[in-house]
Design a protein around this ligand. Structure first.
Ligand SMILES: NC(=O)c1ccc[n+]([C@@H]2O[C@H](COP(=O)([O-])OP(=O)(O)OC[C@H]3O[C@@H](n4cnc5c(N)ncnc54)[C@H](OP(=O)(O)O)[C@@H]3O)[C@@H](O)[C@H]2O)c1
Length: 199
């Protein structure tokens, strides 16, 4: 399956590093264009290639890691999602103020899903700090846990398999609202916990 990444900051580049370590190719994009990603591309050669958001969005699985307030603009002019899998790695809070966004009681992934109509959304890669996504998932002698959730069983199976390929231990938290609430930062009980599965 092809993989695209929209957002090349802390989380997007950490995910790209994890993919490259596992020998999995992907296209990564940001708002400034492929030339601005030359250094990252050189570091992660030959697996990670810079592209446009449109190119990244055309992959089978697309991870989106963009600042919350910039998501509408980042996702506005992309081709139809046509059932492709989109990983929501985003949290409704932003530097430098770190003031939680008022979601009107909704889970952030429900709001995110409204920005990618026709996509099968899986929430994942949002609940750990970026350095824990890019560093060795076996560092503590087990496998670091990554949670994921979503409404589409096949999409979740794809993302769960990818999490396993990267060396993490994936735990399915259920549907998007249930799992999204548990893993949401801020507010959920699970974010920032660096959990390890032994055995
Ligand atoms: N930092 C963490 O440890 C962490 C952990 C879990 C989840 N998250 C979540 O992940 C998301 C990204 O966080 P981050 O820390 O990685 O942010 P970041 O370092 O500020 O990176 C944001 C990225 O979004 C890109 N972007 C902004 N507007 C865009 C547009 N219109 N089109 C395409 N790309 C655009 C930026 O590209 P340009 O620089 O070219 O504008 C940049 O590469 C946030 O929702 C955050 O809550 C972060």
């Amino acid at each position: 399956m092809s993989i695209g990444i929209i957002g090349s900051g802390n989380i997007g580049s950490a995910f790209a590093r994890a993919l490259a370590k596992a020998g999995i190719p992907a296209i990564i994009a940001n708002s400034r264009g492929p030339a601005s990603l030359a250094t990252l591309e050189a570091e992660l050669r030959p697996f990670i290639k810079a592209g446009t958001p449109e190119e990244a969005a055309s992959a089978d699985i697309v991870l989106v890691a963009v600042n919350w307030s910039k998501l509408p603009q980042a996702l506005r002019d992309l081709p139809d999602w046509n059932g492709r899998v989109v990983i929501d790695a985003n949290n409704p809070i932003e530097a430098p103020l770190f003031k939680p966004v008022d979601l009107g009681g909704r889970v952030s992934s429900e709001v995110f899903a409204g920005l990618v109509p026709g996509a099968r959304v899986v929430k994942a890669f949002n609940h750990l700090q970026a350095h824990l996504v890019s560093s060795d998932p076996a560092a503590e002698g087990g496998r670091r846990v990554l949670f994921y959730s979503g409404d589409d069983a096949a999409a979740k199976a794809d993302v769960g398999a990818l999490i396993g390929q990267l060396g993490f231990f994936g735990i399915d938290l259920g549907d998007l609202v249930t799992g999204g609430r548990l893993a949401q930062f801020p507010g959920g009980p699970l974010p920032t916990l660096n959990l390890v599965r032994f055995g």
